[in-house]
Design a protein around this ligand. Sequence first.
Ligand code: ATP
Ligand code: MG
Length: 397
Amino acid sequence: MSFFIPDHVYELMRVLNENGFECFIVGGAVRNYLLQIPVHDYDLTTNALPEEMLEVFRSYHTIRTGLQHGTLTVMNHHYPVEITTYRKDTGYKDHRHPDQVIFTSALKEDCMRRDFTVNALCFHPDTGIIDFFGGQEDLKNRIIRCIGSAEDRFNEDALRILRAIRFSSRLDFRIEEKTAEAVIKLKRSLVYISRERIHDEFNGILEGKGCAKLLDAYRSVIEEFIPGLKSLSAEQWAEHMACIDRSPCSYTVRAATLLRTMPDPKGILQELKYSGQEIRTVTDMIRNASLDLSSRASVRQALRILSVPFADYVQFRKACDPALDTDAVLALYDIIRTNNDACTLKDLDINGTDLKEAGLSGKQIGTALNFLLDQVIEEKVPNKKEALLAYLSQHFF
Ligand code: ATP
Ligand code: MG
């Protein structure tokens, strides 16, 4: 198995090397390559100082936003590649950001500032893998372990607490004992982390293969930012975990599954800075958690109400109720779609203007349209304008 390096990345490594600098691929790309899972971005680390990078890449389009921390983004063949000068981070008075970034010429020191052993692996085609902290062994044993003292590392940057849980969930790794103890011991320092960052990490945790196991083991950590979960009894909690275990790795479906018995799921999501769209998706599933799906008419009524994609909704229902016959529900859904069955007001062969012309006004119009949609769904009248107008004059006026 050889490490595939895309041309747009390799070219930049070579340019640095030809100018006398070291450059390695570091972090997630090396980890994922060794795990044989897709690599989505390549981070490079180099002993070139920021001003030296600017000089070396003067003929490239570069973005300098991270330059005071040593990161230059170089555009190559339309791809952005982040290249960061080897650095040591010190200080961390705010429990999140280093007070001071010190550039160094030693790759090992750069690796030492990284969070977990499996995230500190480096690669260059000439040297192969460079592994100062036993990252390959931890990858083999599927372990998330802090580099150095876990307590120190979490005290420096509390986000790492959630990153440990997120990587463990996503990769389905276990968290090494000392790291795990520190996660629990220092959970209170999550108050130093912005809700936006918590939102991103929490979604990552929810999307992981190991989600239920991790939520269960670190319930008290999750309760630091969703205190409402403390009200769940042990039985309720176990039931929620079983549901999450059955659900697909979708954070919206899992958030709905986890929060469905909370008195105010919307408030919880708002507190964690979920977007309006995310909140609508999750609360739509929760609000409609017990719709009847047993007949073609009832599935049509469900489609009338739901704003979330039906397939997601069915996954959520299946997670909560393993006895639900999803094949039967999806077969009904297929029939509805194939037949183009009217399910919403805009599917009706009649609209507000037609009803105005028929003499209705104001609120009557909405009431009449909803009445007609009900009747169409119940198959009491065909979805044809004349038939609908005739039905209306017989049953509504
Ligand atoms: P992903 O697949 O989620 O992108 P990644 O390992 O690439 O995983 P990033 O968040 O993109 O993770 O960070 C890139 C690398 O930077 C990490 O592998 C790690 O070495 C280092 N890193 C990122 N965040 C931190 C942090 N808070 N503390 C220490 N090191 C960090
Ligand atoms: Mg990354």
